[in-house]
Design a protein around this ligand. Structure first.
Ligand code: G1P
Length: 280
């Protein structure tokens, strides 16, 4: 059986972060002393993944340079068993299109992990392990990470229509809709940056019309997939959180969380933050 490849879309233009991302890819923004995308890859390594396809686009060369430098300097990345490759998305046509750009480099089921979101927590990589376990236990074709969001925020996420409960607190997915307003949202369970998908998704993506925001949406392909195949949503555990560098507020929160949780610097920084708070 082919090893599970992680496709990491990292071609988005980061417009929600301008001017910060005029010249710097959002995936290269620091979360603690490492760029976000390095933490994404380290999280997935923690989940047992060794094959990576990072989808980059214009002005994203820094990402490839970073991984070349890591390969030369960090034992974790220099391992001969580790395989980091790159695919190119010529135009920013959306998440679904970015995933499609990796098709030729993927065999069998694959993981999609958004390059601008890290799942932080004490058991780094555990979410991916649970997603694979739920897939095996239920016989599902796809599993998707989910988190509960405020009803007012559904228009920022892919939202699922939940069915019966499954193992590991999972829930069957009956339908998905991309960025519905609260009045149309089937729940407040949101897709959260990680997907385990079957290769049939590529065929569905190829046929899709443009969706929300004039982009090819991965959620729209999953909307079609769940009509024919079984899919489950796997929630973040109470000690996991999404560190999202895709928006200014998300980046602020992710940055603070990553520094304050850092094993080497966290304790001292928390003490400094308490002192600063007393001063204001
Ligand atoms: C993307 C997906 C959306 C998902 C979100 C968070 O949206 O399209 O379904 O809920 O990531 O993982 P974006 O944040 O890129 O607009």
């Amino acid at each position: 059986m082919a090893r599970l490849t992680a496709v990491i879309p990292a071609a988005g233009m980061g417009t929600r972060l301008w001017p910060l991302t005029y010249a710097i890819p959002k995936e290269m923004l620091p979360l603690g002393p490492k760029p976000a995308i390095q933490l994404v890859v380290e999280e997935l390594i923690g989940g047992g993944v060794k094959d990576f396809v990072i989808v980059i686009g214009k002005k994203k060369e820094a990402i490839a340079e970073h991984f070349m430098a890591l390969r030369a300097t960090e034992p974790l990345f220099g391992d001969d068993d580790m395989n980091v490759r790159f695919a190119y998305q010529p135009q920013p046509r959306g998440l679904g299109d970015a995933v499609l750009c990796a098709e030729g480099l993927v065999e069998g089921d694959f993981l999609v992990a958004l390059g601008d979101a890290v799942i932080g927590g004490p058991a780094f990589g555990d979410l991916v392990r649970r997603m694979l376990r739920v897939k095996a236990q239920t016989g599902a074709s796809a599993t998707v990470a989910v988190q509960t969001v405020m009803p007012a925020d559904t228009s920022r996420y892919g939202i699922l229509k939940p069915g019966e409960a499954g193992p590991d607190n999972s829930v069957r997915i009956l339908d998905l809709v991309e960025k519905p307003g609260p009045e149309h949202a089937p729940s407040n369970l949101a897709i959260c940056a990680r997907y385990v998908l079957p290769p049939t998704v590529f065929g569905l993506l190829r046929e899709l019309p443009v969706g929300v925001g004039g982009e090819i949406q991965l959620t729209d392909a999953l909307h079609l997939l769940v009509r024919q195949e079984l899919a489950y949503g796997v929630p973040l555990s109470p000690d996991e959180e999404r560190w999202d560098v895709g928006s200014a507020l998300g980046y602020g929160h992710a940055c603070l969380s990553a520094w304050l949780a850092h094993p080497e610097y966290g304790a001292e920084l928390r003490a400094m933050a308490r002192q600063t708070q007393r001063g204001v």
